[in-house]
Design a protein around this ligand. Structure first.
Ligand SMILES: [Zn+2]
Length: 98
């Protein structure tokens, strides 16, 4: 499976760091059946991978998903993944916050 979102977009799931795999597998949205079609994704159908329009859509999807992650509480403001119930991720930068 090639990841189509997030920090490791374009990489095979199996090639991503173990912590990321474990984190992804714990996420409800990742395991949930993909029943909701996302309009932006539909626009990519037929994209040859090179046109600037395709790239713009791809960037928009990445931005959209990154925003969703932050809104859902699944990504820290520093860009690292975190657990929903935590205010900050476990990164050194964030744990000394305040
Ligand atoms: Zn953080």
């Amino acid at each position: 499976m090639t990841l189509r979102f997030g920090k490791f977009k374009g990489q095979k799931f199996n090639n991503t760091p173990k912590w990321y795999q474990e984190w992804l597998l714990k996420q409800d949205w990742f395991n949930a059946p993909k029943t909701k079609a996302k309009p932006l994704h539909n626009q990519l159908n037929g994209w040859d991978g090179y046109s600037s329009r395709g790239q713009a859509i791809y960037d928009a999807i990445f931005q959209q998903e990154q925003n969703e992650m932050i809104v859902l509480g699944l990504e820290c403001k520093c860009g690292l993944p975190k657990f929903k119930e935590d205010e900050y991720c476990s990164g050194d930068y964030c744990s000394i916050e305040g």
